[in-house]
Design a binder for this molecule. Structure first.
Ligand SMILES: Nc1ncnc2c1ncn2[C@@H]1O[C@H](COP(=O)(O)OP(=O)(O)OP(=O)(O)O)[C@@H](O)[C@H]1O
Length: 257
């Protein structure tokens, strides 16, 4: 069953220096339970595409449906959680109260909010840190808190824009493992932007390779790796083969420059 469907999506930004063709004729279907990564050089439209799915940008041509609705309707019915590149937590609110904020806006009762906060803090391994302020946590813990905030209202779709880009590799490895575990536990559909080939291969069921000027999909790679993936899987010939295929896709995209 397809939960996200993009048909002929193009987006041109009008700027003072003329039009910027951020996306051109993007066609993609994401199935329920898929973990889809978007990879490509800087400026190829990865963030823009994720933002159009989340109704944070509007395509200039084509159609997009999210859970059978327009992106606008999907946003209003809270069909997805969105994780930004930076954690974006309010420094004057504790971690629990940061997670609580969208729930308060959505009108969840206090006991329901408290139960949800406890559950998501547990999921991202931050149980016991709800009373801390963001500045009392490390960068990796803050990013996990922002993931908890996106998970709290239990949307079936999670859109993540390079959530681990600013973290060191050891922390990133741990969060990648935790994210896979969470995905296996919850069966969510995940759209994930990254710059890292190993991260894309490790996490995804499908890897969408994009190329710039204008942003297009140059290759979609179906992963042949099993769903259960210890970190050591990165040393297997199959992992290396898929990484090679992604690299080839990236190179291919560049030949259009
Ligand atoms: N609001 C905007 N107004 C004008 N141009 C924009 C706007 N947002 C993005 N762009 C342009 O659209 C193109 C795609 O940008 P986008 O941020 O989607 O790329 P990206 O692949 O996510 O890049 P990065 O990997 O560096 O985050 C770029 O050329 C960018 O300058």
């Amino acid at each position: 069953m397809s939960v996200i469907e993009a048909k002929g999506v193009s987006l041109t930004f009008q700027t003072a220096d003329g039009p910027v063709h951020a996306l051109k004729d993007v066609n993609l279907s994401i199935n329920k339970g898929d973990f889809v990564s978007f990879i490509g050089p800087s400026g190829c439209g990865k963030t823009t595409f994720l933002r159009t799915m989340a109704a944070l940008e509007r395509p200039t041509a084509g159609t997009l449906s999210v859970n059978g609705m327009t992106p606008d309707q999907a946003r209003k019915s809270r069909a997805y959680g969105y994780v930004f590149q930076a954690p974006g937590l309010y420094p004057w609110r504790t971690i629990a109260r940061n997670i609580s904020l969208p729930l308060e806006i959505m009108g969840f009762s206090k006991p329901d909010r408290e139960a949800r906060i406890a559950r998501v803090l547990e999921l991202v391994e931050l149980a016991g840190f709800g009373g801390k302020y963001p500045w009392q946590l490390s960068g990796g813990m803050q990013q996990r808190a922002s993931i908890a905030r996106a998970l709290a209202f239990d949307a079936e779709i999670l859109l993540m824009d390079e959530p681990f880009g600013a973290l060191d590799e050891i922390v990133r490895d741990r969060l990648n493992e935790a994210l896979l575990e969470l995905w296996a536990k919850t069966g969510k559909t995940i759209g994930f932007v990254t710059h890292s080939i190993p991260e894309a291969v490790y996490l995804s069921t499908r890897i969408v390779v994009m190329s710039p000027r204008p942003g297009r999909i140059s290759r979609v790679i179906e992963s042949t790796l099993p769903r259960e993936r210890p970190l050591e899987i990165r040393d297997t010939p199959e992992f290396i083969r898929i990484a090679h295929e992604v690299r080839e896709g990236l190179r291919e995209g560049h030949s259009y420059d």
